[in-house]
Write a protein that binds this ligand. Structure first.
Ligand code: GLN
Ligand code: ZN
Length: 724
């Protein structure tokens, strides 16, 4: 049995990818050196594949993002050089960024409105093609590319799609074979879209023998049509797409194609149940002789290797497989099918990490635990009796620039070079400065800055029981930004307060309210690797109870405002609408459980970088008092999602795109607010950036916040009559 794999992480063991690109941005290295670095990483990738895998694409590297590359290949953008390329990623007029399917990878959204007449042409001098991609490259498929782009009118979609097919045809002429990724095939598609896919792929027919069509993240609902497309091989995700597997077992698989059976999870870190995978392969081999085994989703959602983790508990470690180990598993499963080795026994966690006390608390939850007894209107009255904010209150989302010094101190503390008391003293000094800074600027609701946090999920994972964290388990979330997803291996509880020290301390330094800052249950789960044999709703309620305890501690310390961030609320939603209710039920309940504390405590939440338009109805079920949502990258599209909804709680739509170092002018901020005020009364509107500021530098932070305060001041004058 042959093995197939794709999507191996590009980061490199020492994060060479990140370092190389950032060095280029800082002018430390030239273009040719960067190309060399990335080519070397690509060569390393290939070497790793070769150790375990028979067939794999040769060219998967990108300077930043594969969606942008595809847009460039197709002539939607034509950056002259790498500098111009990176302008599209992070310049003043950068592309919008949004989450890739239901993952925490963010892609750049090609915008067809910016291209007068798209001229589809494969240009070999093209920035996107500067690496050696070999004879067997991997590209994002035409349908997925177009479906995830924006600015194409509905009535133009098929025309543009068919034109796009010419580019892909051209591309294929240059290749021996190519992997085309079509994860959008697993979305809920309309019949006319399925027809279009058929028509479009028919145009590639004479190159069909070269095409390896890869789908992943869920099942494909139009299997019959899919299997009839003129391609040589089709990859399916049998980990998250059970119905695709069922379909083939029932209806068979065409003789003229190869089936690439995705049986090794590309999105979670648990070892594969080899016996189950082998059984599936045997069943599939009854249906087709042309069968390969592969990963079930690109492996870049996983860290590189478990082997370098020496602080993980042995019992846990032996149950894990990261990207490299997944490649070995693919090989192992193929060997087992062929009887070349014995099928290893299933490794399960069983009682490991389980906690009876936590479980009985979950069992004792009653419906009223999830519902606030006091209406939002009454809560607002009570909250304002304690503290009345000005019109257009100005605040930030939580984090402030994490300077090299902050990061160095944290690292020193972690490695034991800095004592706990010295570290704490340092943090307090930073909080002192930040409180002063925010007061000087004139912000209304202050934050402590999150200097103690490496990351909004990992930080909590380190404090909660039931979580493990890795030392080197880095994964790219966008561009060169990386994070280490924690592992939820057991029942979750809070042994001690997690953030109380810093928040309570910050509040002693000012008369203005300081926001307590927590990460919500859904986001913690979404950005962690979660144990799979405990129902996810239960895990969410466990986390929610831990957060609720923290908020109750805040309240005792005199904190009146608490923000529970849920940036992954949309992203974690299943790809198929039919699965939405089941998901949002627990996601909403978990939020409401976590924040079901004193009605006098003003609860904020924050969301960003997703298509929120479609989920406004679920957001409304979350019982917060104030929500802040990112706006800039989607050029304000979120604003219209609220049209006609009479949203009656308080809201702040981001006026500053924090992914770019550019300082937004006051006029731009005013514009966003004026547009928003068509749907929201002024008395409900907050002024805030799109997201946290931890990736920014101080100079632009200060300049941008000054503009933000100016914006609020102008608005207060304009709308003074609304204040009463
Ligand atoms: N409070 C977090 C911060 O400011 C929110 C980050 C996020 O939404 N991703 O960093
Ligand atoms: Zn955010």
């Amino acid at each position: 049995m042959q093995t197939y794999a794709y999507g191996f992480p590009r980061l490199g063991r020492a994060k060479e990818y990140k370092k190389g690109i950032e060095d280029f941005w800082k002018g430390r290295i030239q273009e040719d050196v960067l190309i060399q670095t990335l080519s070397q990483l690509q060569a390393d990738q290939q070497k790793t594949y070769r150790k375990h895998i028979d067939i794999f694409p040769e060219g998967e590297m990108t300077f930043y993002d594969a969606m942008l590359d595809t847009a460039i290949l197709c002539g939607v953008y034509s950056p002259r050089d790498l500098k111009a390329y990176y302008e599209l990623c992070r310049g003043d007029d950068a592309l919008e960024m949004t989450k890739w399917f239901n993952t925490n990878y963010h892609y750049l959204v090609p915008d067809f409105r910016r291209t007068p007449v798209p001229c589809f042409r494969v240009n070999r001098e093209n920035v996107a093609l500067r690496f050696q991609r070999g004879a067997f490259p991997k590209f994002i498929g035409p349908f997925t590319f177009l479906k995830l782009s924006k600015g194409i009118r509905r009535e133009d979609f098929s025309r543009v799609f068919l034109a796009l097919m010419e580019v892909y045809h051209d591309l294929l002429l240059h290749c021996e074979k190519a992997q085309l990724d079509e994860p959008a095939f697993v979305l809920d598609l309309e019949n006319d879209e399925i027809e279009l896919i058929k028509t479009g792929y028919r145009l590639l027919k004479d190159c069909g023998h070269k095409i390896i069509l890869m789908t992943y993240y869920d099942a494909v609902d139009f299997m019959e049509e899919l299997l009839s497309l003129p391609v040589s091989a089709i990859g399916l995700d049998f980990v998250r797409g059970g119905s695709s597997y069922q379909y083939i077992v029932q209806h068979g698989f065409p003789k003229d194609k190869t089936l690439i059976a995705g049986l090794v999870d590309g999105r979670n870190i648990w070892k594969t149940d080899a016996a189950a995978a082998v059984a599936k392969l045997r069943a599939l081999s009854q249906k087709t002789p042309n069968l390969m085994v592969s990963n079930a989703a690109p492996l870049y959602h996983l860290p590189l290797t478990v082997s370098v983790e020496d602080t993980l508990d042995e019992h846990l470690k032996t149950r894990l497989a990261f990207a490299e180990e997944k490649l070995a598993e693919i090989r192992m499963i193929a060997d087992c099918v062929e009887g070349r080795r014995a099928i290893p026994e299933k490794v399960v966690l069983e009682d490991y990490g389980r906690d009876q006390k936590v479980q009985s608390r979950i069992r004792s939850l009653r419906p009223k635990d999830f519902v606030k007894g006091v209406s939002p209107q009454e809560r607002r009255r009570r909250q304002e009796a304690l503290w009345k904010p000005p019109l257009f209150p100005a605040t930030t989302i939580g984090s402030f620039p994490q300077s090299a010094e902050v990061r160095a101190k944290r690292a020193a503390y972690k490695s034991g070079r800095l004592s706990h008391s010295d570290y704490q003293a340092y943090l307090r000094g930073e909080i002192d400065k930040l409180i002063q800074f925010q007061e000087d600027l004139g912000l209304d609701v202050l934050v402590h800055g999150e200097f103690e946090r490496t990351d909004m999920v990992e930080f909590f994972a380190q404090k909660l029981s039931g979580f493990a964290v890795t030392q080197n388990g880095w994964v790219i979330s966008y561009g060169t930004r990386v994070y280490r997803p924690p592992i939820i291996f057991g029942d979750v509880s809070r042994p001690a307060p997690m953030t109380l020290d810093e928040i309570a301390y910050a509040q002693t330094k000012t008369k203005k309210p300081v926001k307590g800052m927590l990460t919500g249950p859904t986001t913690i789960i979404a950005w962690s690797y979660c144990r799979e044999d405990i129902p996810v709703a239960e895990v969410a309620y466990q986390i929610a109870l831990a957060l609720q305890e923290e908020i109750r501690d805040y309240e005792k310390a005199g904190i009146r405002i608490v923000q529970v961030d849920e940036p992954a609320f949309r992203e974690k939603a299943p790809l198929k609408r039919r699965d939405w209710d089941a998901y949002f039920d627990w996601a909403v309940l978990a939020f409401n459980l976590a924040t079901n504390t004193r009605p006098e405590t003003q609860i904020h939440t924050h969301m960003c970088y997703s298509e929120f338009g479609e989920i406004v109805e679920y957001i409304e079920r979350m019982d917060f008092d104030v929500i802040s949502i990112e706006t800039s990258r989607s050029k304000g599209d979120i604003i219209d999602a609220f049209e006609g909804r009479q949203f009656d709680r308080q809201i702040g739509l981001g006026v500053w795109d924090i992914h770019s170092p550019a300082v937004p002018p006051v006029e731009k901020m005013l514009d966003i607010v004026h547009r928003a005020l068509r749907h929201f009364p002024a008395k409900n509107f907050w002024i805030n950036p799109d997201c946290g500021l931890k990736t920014r530098d101080w100079p632009e932070t200060e300049a941008s916040l000054r503009n933000l305060i100016k914006t609020a001041t102008i608005l207060r004058k304009e709308y003074a009559k609304d204040a009463s």
